[in-house]
Design a protein around this ligand. Sequence first.
Ligand SMILES: [Zn+2]
Length: 286
Amino acid sequence: MLQETQTDQKRVAATGEQNSAYDFSRCKLCATFAASPKYKLKNTTVYACATCDFHFINHLDSLPPAPQGDVTTPLDRKTREYIEGKLPASGKQLKENMLLVKRHLSLSGSHCLDIGAGAGLFAQLLTEEGAFVHGIEPQGIFREFAQQKFGIALNGETIETQHWQQGFAGFFDVVTLWDVLEHLNFPAENLQNAYNVIKPGGWLFLDTPRRDTLYYRISEWSYRLGSGANTRLLETLYSPLPFRHKQIFNLNQLLELVGKIGFSVTSMQSSFFRSHNKIVLVCRKP
Ligand SMILES: [Zn+2]
């Protein structure tokens, strides 16, 4: 995801309203009022829930009120080159993700939705496989990039809107969330929203960082050893800047959540030891 841009700066200024409307003692996963500050970082605080141990920061992104008309930041040459420069690295991962998808179904003629489509690269890979592709991307500059580079029209309306929930209920063969859950304001609700637009027998593919890993434990130890002064490692995991990491699931929390929503888990990959390790899930709607 594009990080420091002018758009981000404007949104930082705009986030106050959204943040003050949410009571962060309410756990974003289990909805009990049992969360309290656990780690005070330089620019944000990590809350932990006493009921379910979910960890999340006290920040929500302010989404543009009229996404389709969001033309505040036209895609200039410098930004286009920046996004272009990031494509090879993300492309390598997304091509691996595509192999995973293709191990489970044939994409030709299927209806696919890529949520958090970014610059449109995965949507382009889906198109090359003969799929009918929809993509959601709230940041206007990425939508403009995808349009210019790949000729793909991404949608700025997020998954909880009527556009998707009513217009595409039970519609998609495949929904993908690559590196998206950790960025969303309300990941549990959005996974339910994703479930709603998948057809019976359809697939959900996702990856997201995992919290119960060695790296996270070391980050916590480092914070405690320094009596709260060593925030550096935790700050590599969370950030209050727009569209950065707001929460990190542990494996059981994510498996429980998808199960509660109604998915069955077809395959799961993860490991405790690798740094910045991810959970990769393949789920199916019955
Ligand atoms: Zn909780």
